[in-house]
Design a binder for this molecule. Sequence first.
Ligand code: SF4
Ligand code: SF4
Length: 131
Amino acid sequence: MKNPGKMLFEVLNHLFKKPATVNYPFDGSKMPKGFRGKILFHPEKCIGCQLCVRDCPSNAIKIIKIADKQFEAQIDLGKCIYCGQCVDSCLKKAIEITSDFELAQLDPTKLKITVKGEPPTTPPPNQPNNA
Ligand code: SF4
Ligand code: SF4
């Protein structure tokens, strides 16, 4: 630096400023609004229209019919680019984007997640509840 006075000013100035960094992971980390992290699937809202599958640019999501009006999502977080297109495409709000970014895995198979729909909790009319 050509000007030592300017350097000293900068040093003293930063002594009294709040740090720009966080003590991660001990202090946690709050992501800014609009951050796109791990996606969540809400199977109870899904109607199996496949719009999310069609629009996903990295072929990271599959929606499989497992029973009548019941679907499961197979999401490959290793392929997902966290673009949020599936969230925008889903008319039923069955996919949500979260701020969860701590997804690192030593085992890549753990990046493939399956979220299944639960069977209906109330029995259809005229059928006894076997539970
Ligand atoms: S966030 Fe983007 S890449 Fe990931 S599953 Fe959705 S559409 Fe595909
Ligand atoms: S777009 Fe939404 S409702 Fe349609 S299959 Fe995907 S998650 Fe289900």
